[in-house]
Ligand binder design. Sequence first.
Ligand SMILES: *Cc1c(COP(=O)(O)O)cnc(C)c1O
Length: 388
Amino acid sequence: MNDNQMGYYYLQVPGPTVVPERVMSAMARPLLDHRGNVFAELASTAVQNLKPIFKTEQSVMVIPCSGSGAWHAAITNCLTEGDKVLIPEVGMFSTLWGNISRKLGLEVIEIEGDWRSGIDADKLEEVLNADKQGEIKAVFATHNETSTGVTSDIAAVRGAMDKAGHDAMLFVDAVSSLGAMEYEHDKWRVDVTICGSQKGLMLPPGLAFTAVSDKALEVKKTAGLVPGYFDWTPLIEASHTGFYPYTPPVTLIYGLKEASEMLLAEGLDAVFARHAKLAKATRAAVSAWGLETQCQVESQHSNAVTAIRVPEGVDADELRASIYKQFNLSLATGLGKVKGKVFRVGHLGYQNPLTLMGALSGVEMGMEAFGIKFNKGGVNAAMDVLAK
Ligand SMILES: *Cc1c(COP(=O)(O)O)cnc(C)c1O
């Protein structure tokens, strides 16, 4: 943040998100012996709290790494060198998932996308139908594409796989959707769901979470890559016992217990409704400004982040820098092929109507100061949504 500015710093990016005071205080406690019973009890409770959040009765675990590490773990625990995986391209994160898959020796079949819409379930079904030999071992679906603000329908992805009668595993990246929008690991029969700590879960970066189906654990028994540090087996055991195969990040586990309790106390339905309303207010502002969202399909707008396109000839990163300097407000950059063309407003995690209004006011004032051509009144349009 700007050290020379007083008052609240608006961290309005879709991860890392704002960490609640309650979680910060929990993490300020002294460290514990990680092989003692007190920590074991605390850690197992914290990790088991993830089950209702993933909506699963199957295995969950914490992996000490960033979200990308959970991709690495998922690939190395249940796939074999040369396995084919199918990845619908939706934006930067689906692309990065493909890149790490290739590095680890998988053969990636990509379904090209336009970065402005979600996964096309019909197209997916078609590709799976054509795979008569069952060579595709897994579909990698990004639930909420954080780079574009587009959410894909995972139930429809599962439906397409069922219709094709294909027996590939379904891996879902829910890094920026878990704890922000409806997610159903068991009901959608997802085999591996991947998440990170620093988005909807309101924690600092540093932990990854994974939910795994019994089917995936069966496949793991004969899979051929070497997970090494990322072996799920001792981590799943630790989710029950609280005893880790290596020193766990004790401080972040304190935070996980607190943050998961906060989410469960608010109630997941209320959490999702809060995110939906903040997202709707943000879109009302964009529309009143006369600007375009990167997402072009009405029903696929993300409730976690909105990517806003700047008018032709404007550099979105220069606008962001100017807003940051004036108002101590951090907006997120455009990634990959939309760099400079969009800026993103994160509205997930520890957010409420007033934090969002502060951020949207900063955007509106900042655009005026920067000399962008737009219509005023976005802030009012957002207030109209939030006041209802
Ligand atoms: C943030 C994010 C990741 C990567 O997580 P890291 O913690 O940065 O490794 C992966 N996928 C999605 C959709 C994300 O938003």
